[in-house]
Design a protein around this ligand. Structure first.
Ligand code: HEC
Length: 258
């Protein structure tokens, strides 16, 4: 018994240390931000802020999309951000896609339409790596799901660039980031104050941009969150009512049994 207790005590004492090493030593946990999509008990009342999603999409378009694809998102999905059909058509029409083959067997370029996926910045991964000093900018469609604590992590990453500590040798194109495992990130700080123009008077700061792009990316990775939470809430109410009814039925059925 004693031996077993000592064994568990040792395991518990060592576990956090070893997991800290596994995550790159001194990578801090991203601080939790308050998000509208996580409001309520267990995030039950969470909804997306459409204005923030639109601003986030603007940042993706004007900044991130020059390196990062979002292959799983289609222009028509932008309806969820509050755009109408004509606005979506107009947005898609700003892009060109390769289509084909035509009757003669040739590929051809045409204007994008709402049923097209977001256009990738590079033809393939090799081209993407070549343009980024050997590092592959990951597709951002599911990034907030692909990383632990994804929304807080991406926010922390975008706002977590720091002066490299003395003695840290960064290779060409690497940047010191507090929240990136290993800290050496092959992405230059993509956002800075005043970089993207907001028409609705929202502050044009690094923090606000980061909040907005994170909300957009969270929506992209989980577009059905609102419907799912609504359904979950209804199921919960139903189960509580049903349990009450069953309790009453049970009481009644056994009422005469003494
Ligand atoms: C100039 C190209 C470039 C731009 C612009 C850019 N990125 Fe990156 N990004 C990269 C590269 C390259 C990597 C891979 C870095 C690595 O693995 O070290 C990366 C990695 C990432 C990662 C993954 C980090 C991880 O945990 O692996 C996220 C998240 C990310 N970028 C978000 C963004 C967002 C959001 C924007 C727009 C605000 C943006 N990036 C703009 C090149 C870019």
């Amino acid at each position: 018994m004693l031996v077993r207790n000592i064994f568990f005590a040792v395991v518990l004492a060592v576990a956090p240390v070893s997991s800290a090493f596994a995550s790159g030593g001194d990578t801090p946990t991203p601080p939790s931000q308050s998000w509208q999509f996580e409001e309520g008990l267990f995030g039950m009342y969470g909804t997306y802020d459409k204005a923030a999603l639109q601003r986030g999409y603007k940042i993706y378009r004007e900044v991130c999309s020059s390196c990062h694809s979002m292959k799983r998102i289609y222009f028509r999905n932008l309806e969820a951000l509050g755009y109408n059909e004509n606005q979506i058509k107009a947005i898609a029409a700003e892009y060109t896609v390769e289509d084909g083959p035509n009757e003669e067997g040739d590929m051809f370029d045409r204007t994008a339409i709402p049923s097209d996926a977001f256009i990738s910045p590079f033809a393939n991964d090799n081209a993407a790596k070549f343009a980024n000093g050997g590092a592959l900018p990951p597709d951002l469609s599911l990034i907030t799901k692909a990383r632990a604590n994804g929304s807080n992590y991406v926010y922390a990453l975008l706002t977590g660039y720091e002066e490299a500590p003395h003695g840290a040798d960064l290779a060409q194109g690497q940047h010191w980031n507090k929240y990136f495992a290993g800290h050496k990130l092959s992405m230059a700080p993509p956002l800075m104050d005043g970089q993207v123009t907001y028409e609705d008077g929202t502050p044009e700061t690094l923090e606000q941009y980061s909040r907005d792009i994170v909300q957009f990316l969270t929506w992209a990775a989980d577009p059905h969150m609102e419907a799912r939470k609504k359904a979950g809430f209804r199921v919960l109410v139903f189960l509580i009512l049903f349990a009450g009814i069953m309790y009453a039925v049970k009481k009644r059925t056994w009422a005469d049994l003494h």
